[in-house]
Write a protein that binds this ligand. Structure first.
Ligand SMILES: Nc1nc2c(c(=O)[nH]1)N[C@H]1C(S)=C(S)[C@@H](COP(=O)(O)OP(=O)(O)OC[C@H]3O[C@@H](n4cnc5c(=O)[nH]c(N)nc54)[C@H](O)[C@@H]3O)O[C@H]1N2
Ligand SMILES: Nc1nc2c(c(=O)[nH]1)N[C@H]1C(S)=C(S)[C@@H](COP(=O)(O)OP(=O)(O)OC[C@H]3O[C@@H](n4cnc5c(=O)[nH]c(N)nc54)[C@H](O)[C@@H]3O)O[C@H]1N2
Ligand code: SF4
Ligand SMILES: [Mo]
Length: 689
């Protein structure tokens, strides 16, 4: 038995900062390789031998009886989900002909739509984008998750890096700012527990008493989208009290006087009113932030999904420089480590194949609008690594767009998702166990390699191979279309900076390669910011040049009593829809054991808000605004603060009672910086159904 068992080194492909090292146990059964176990690698420092509950079920997902394992062609209405199997050759021949006919008029009418179903650089944007670049298709602005924070951080620190997550074990104060680490960053939570055992204080800043917030020493439950005001209030107190690292400010920052002028108006009283918290909470947080060292902020995406998401990130990102926390490796701030990895995008995606053509760029966050109104119109959509019909905002409009009978849609998928149901062709894609990849994490400092553990199931093919074959059908003869997946993995990083020693063969044998940075890494201990001035830019000339506010400011939510008093009277509750612990965005919703744990789609509502509407725990409620309506079962709980309702997400629409999810209500308005969506900037009203 043991002679036929083997362990394969793999990497979790999911959109999660932890990018765990996985060990896949494989057995030979009847001439085929069968994966029998997945486990976290104990040898990989960030993983510490542990996978989350979701990916512990990876075999259940991979061998799911509903996997799409043959190419399918639609026979029913769009969205109805009736398909018949066809051969690869028939599917690809027809797709190529359809795309060629559209491209002959204007290739920009063809739009790729993809995100982070896999974070792998090979099965993500490599062969796929080579194909679309050669074709001259519209470009896609991939904004749906992280661009508000990424751009704001770049303006402020000049790069997307921060405190090494492994160092959080030594922090004295950890602030989870818009971060539900237990659900979405489990391995950082483990580090925070180490720190807690050594006496650290943990604080959560979150409108919702999340799993994380309830386990912190303190929870500051501010109103959604008001984080910029809170950060400016903290600055106000730090400056008023002289709690400043003047030497660091002098040497390594730009624009202190201007920032101090901005912060002057943000008194704790005013901030308390804007944020819906107590002035004492602002004072106390500032005092802790100065006194308890080293202080690390885990800034995350939850606080960026509102109108002022970019400005708020800028404001928070100024705090460590003011108080001198970057000096300590266990202090500072972590949003993402992705800027540390020198990805060779040009080699992977070959924008040179565009030649002189300059196709338009469409923002993926407004796909609903664009499918109905873009000019020239979108005539074909090729979706991979994403489930837009469930995840994109204002879903009613997205679904209406996908239902257009004159739209030609191809979806590469593992399952019949809400999006796949709208396809003309569904093409079966392999999972991480069935293909090769190299993954760039955003929550630690290791390049992660993924070896194929098993052969592709059924007729499934890697995304790369699907685009390779489609390229051949289209007559694209450039040599790059012949690159094998291993070749692409080898091209993934420039041999420069912290990736200078990158070697795919070494990585794939070891499972990972740590970036070439010191063992104890403190990125800005001695300044060295990546901004034009080389300083932490409180004042950003680059923003001023773009006609934007050069200082971090407070931009109130698009939908709130300040910006829209009329709307706030009709729809007085702010709805947020952050990820449920047992789903990963809309992935895993169809894994029975995980869905059973989540139960059914719920609306968490504070007892006072519920009582005012005659809603009891367990009542079916109607949640609505001008964009739509959905039905959820109420959970009356103080986890939701007054004025805020919470619909944990992202459910598959087809697996809910009314065929809708929270995105029925979210809007396509964008953030101040980064053109990102504002999922948590959404007013609603709730009534008994
Ligand atoms: N289990 C699980 N893990 C995941 C995911 C998942 O779906 N499930 N998704 C992955 C992806 S793609 C991402 S981007 C990350 C997201 O993970 P995080 O970055 O942690 O972001 P969210 O979970 O969206 O929100 C985190 C917390 O922010 C709170 N929040 C909402 N609005 C505000 C606000 O205005 N201000 C503040 N301060 N807090 C607010 C929410 O209530 C939530 O508890 O997680 C990744 N990991
Ligand atoms: N209301 C609300 N909406 C949200 C959010 C929220 O918090 N609330 N979060 C937003 C955020 S942060 C994000 S990142 C987006 C996430 O949106 P998406 O990136 O679309 O993520 P998923 O919903 O997980 O869908 C990914 C799909 O890719 C498929 N897939 C995985 N691997 C492969 C592969 O190798 N090949 C192919 N062809 N397919 C593959 C999976 O089966 C899955 O259906 O959602 C956003 N939408
Ligand atoms: S989803 Fe995140 S925590 Fe879970 S296995 Fe993947 S990387 Fe690790
Ligand atoms: Mo995300």
């Amino acid at each position: 038995m043991s002679t036929s068992t083997e362990t394969v080194k793999a990497a979790c492909p999911h959109d999660c900062p932890d990018t765990c090292a996985m060990e896949v146990t494989v057995e030979q059964r009847g001439g085929r390789r069968v994966a029998v176990k997945v486990a976290g690698s104990a040898a990989h420092a960030p993983t510490q031998g542990v996978l989350c509950t979701k990916v512990s079920r990876y075999l259940e997902r991979t061998y799911h009886p509903e996997r799409v394992l043959r190419p399918l062609k639609r026979v029913g209405r769009k969205g109805e989900g009736r398909f018949v199997p066809v051969s690869w050759d028939e599917a690809l021949t027809d797709i190529a002909q359809r795309l060629q006919a559209i491209a002959a008029v204007d290739p920009q009418r063809i739009v790729p739509y993809s995100y982070a179903g896999t974070m792998g650089l090979v099965q993500g944007e490599s062969m796929a984008q080579r194909f679309f670049h050669k074709l001259g298709a519209s470009l896609l602005d991939r904004t749906i998750c992280a661009t508000a924070g990424a751009e704001a951080l770049t303006y402020t620190l000049g790069t997307r890096t921060g405190t090494d997550p492994e160092r959080f074990a030594d922090s004295g104060l950890i602030i989870f700012w818009g971060c539900n680490a237990i659900a979405s960053n489990l391995h950082l939570w483990s580090r925070a527990q180490e720190a807690k055992r050594k006496g650290a204080k943990l604080i959560a800043i979150d409108p919702y008493r999340s799993l994380t917030a309830e386990k912190c020493h303190q929870h500051i439950a501010l109103l959604p989208g008001t984080d910029g005001a809170l950060a400016l209030g903290l600055m106000h107190v730090l400056i008023r009290e002289g709690w400043l690292d003047r030497d660091y400010i002098e040497r390594h920052t730009l624009g202190f006087e201007a920032l101090a002028g901005r912060a002057r108006d943000f008194t704790p009283q005013r901030v308390a009113q804007l944020c819906g918290i107590g002035a004492q909470e602002v004072e106390q947080l500032a005092r802790d932030y100065w006194q308890v060292r080293p202080a690390a902020i885990r800034l995350n995406y939850g606080m960026q999904r509102a109108a002022g998401g970019g400005s708020a990130v800028r404001a928070v990102a100024c705090l460590p420089a003011l108080a001198g926390h970057w000096r300590d490796p266990a202090g500072g701030l972590l949003l993402s480590t992705s800027g540390m990895f020198d990805v060779d995008t040009a080699a992977l995606t070959r924008p040179d194949l565009l030649g002189a053509r300059q196709p338009r760029t469409l923002n993926m966050s407004t796909i609903g609008h664009d499918l109905l109104h873009a000019q020239p119109p979108i005539e074909a959509l090729v979706v991979y690594n994403s489930n837009p019909v469930a995840v994109a905002p204002q879903s009613g409009q997205v679904a209406q767009g996908f239902a257009r009978e004159d739209l030609f849609t191809v979806v590469l998928e593992h399952f019949m998702t809400d999006t796949a149901d709208h396809a003309d062709y569904v093409l079966p894609a392999t999972t991480q166990l069935e293909h090769v990849d190299v993954v760039k994490p955003y929550g630690h400092l290791y390049v992660m390699a993924n070896n194929a553990a098993i052969e592709p199931l059924g007729q499934a093919l890697p995304n790369t191979e699907i685009f390779r074959r489609l390229a051949a059908k289209m007559g694209f003869a450039d040599p790059c279309f012949a690159d094998r997946d291993e070749d692409i993995a080898a091209q993934a990083f420039r041999r420069a900076g912290a990736c200078a020693h990158y070697d795919w063969q070494v990585a794939r044998r070891a499972g990972w390669q740590r970036l070439d940075v010191p063992a104890v890494y403190a990125p800005f201990a001695a300044g060295g910011f990546g901004t034009p001035s080389g300083r932490c830019e409180f004042y950003s000339q680059a923003l001023a040049d773009r006609g934007l506010d050069p200082l971090p400011g407070y931009v109130p939510p698009h939908e709130g009593p300040v910006s829209r008093p009329d709307l706030a009277r009709r729809h007085p509750l702010a709805m947020i829809s952050p990820p449920a612990r047992n789903f990963l965005n809309s992935t895993f919703v169809n894994v029975q054991s995980l869905r059973a744990t989540e139960g059914e789609p719920r609306l968490e509502i504070h007892p006072a808000d519920a009582a005012a509407r005659g809603i009891a725990d367990g009542t079916m409620v109607r949640v609505y605004n001008d964009r739509g309506e959905l039905r959820l079962r109420a959970r009356v709980t103080e986890r939701a603060r007054p004025g805020v309702v919470v619909a944990l997400s992202i459910w598959w629409k087809k697996l809910t009672a009314d065929g809708k999810n929270a995105n029925e209500l979210t809007s396509q308005a964008l953030t101040d910086i980064g053109r990102a969506p504002t999922f948590y900037d959404c007013l609603v009203e709730v009534a008994r159904a």
